[in-house]
Design a protein around this ligand. Structure first.
Ligand code: CA2
Length: 155
């Protein structure tokens, strides 16, 4: 894979993920979103990648950040679309337009949960999908994205 010129990745989080660590720990674990941000920045650093980390409860904000990532020619996006996973054609269209690699992440194994969580619009256009590893999935996604774009581990 050719090296990406950009050294920035976006990590985008959908609705209700601001509640991480404060509710339903049996499902989503005890790490907070601030812990996830730290984990992502540390993982990015290992590959010389700066991380722009965002969360929103609003679909349009996520679409806007995908556009921003594309405009800035970011190396890629790690995206947990949360409740928009199975509903958002707008996010699917934004990913198609962006033409940069997207790795979809879910904290839980969505395929072992209710059937309405299974059919992800994002998976149709994502370069890779990770689910069921808890918040460690974010680190795995960044490692995978780094390999995809030819970012080498530092040190
Ligand atoms: O497993 C995931 O990461 C999900 O994307 C999480 C979404 C869910 O709708 C998807 O099916 C799978 C829900 C995010 C809600 O986050 C909360 C975190 C803590 C407490 C309550 C909700």
């Amino acid at each position: 894979m050719a090296k990406a010129t950009s050294k920035t990745i976006y990590v985008l989080n959908g609705p209700n993920l601001n509640l991480l660590g404060t509710r339903e720990p049996e499902k989503y674990g005890r790490a907070t979103l601030a812990d996830v941000e730290r984990l992502c920045r540390d993982a990015g650093k290992r590959f010389g990648l700066a991380v722009k980390f965002h969360q929103s409860n609003h679909e349009g904000a996520i679409v806007d950040w995908i556009h921003a990532a594309a405009r800035e020619q970011a190396a890629g996006i790690v995206l947990n679309p949360a409740g928009y996973t199975t509903t958002s054609v707008a996010i699917l269209d934004a990913i198609l337009a962006a033409q940069i690699p997207v790795v979809e992440v879910h904290i839980t194994n969505i395929h072992a949960r209710e059937s309405f969580r299974h059919d992800s619009y994002v998976s149709r256009v994502a370069r890779a999908v990770i689910c069921g590893f808890g918040v460690d999935g974010y680190g795995l996604a960044i490692r995978g994205l780094a390999a995809m774009v030819g970012a080498e581990a530092k040190g």
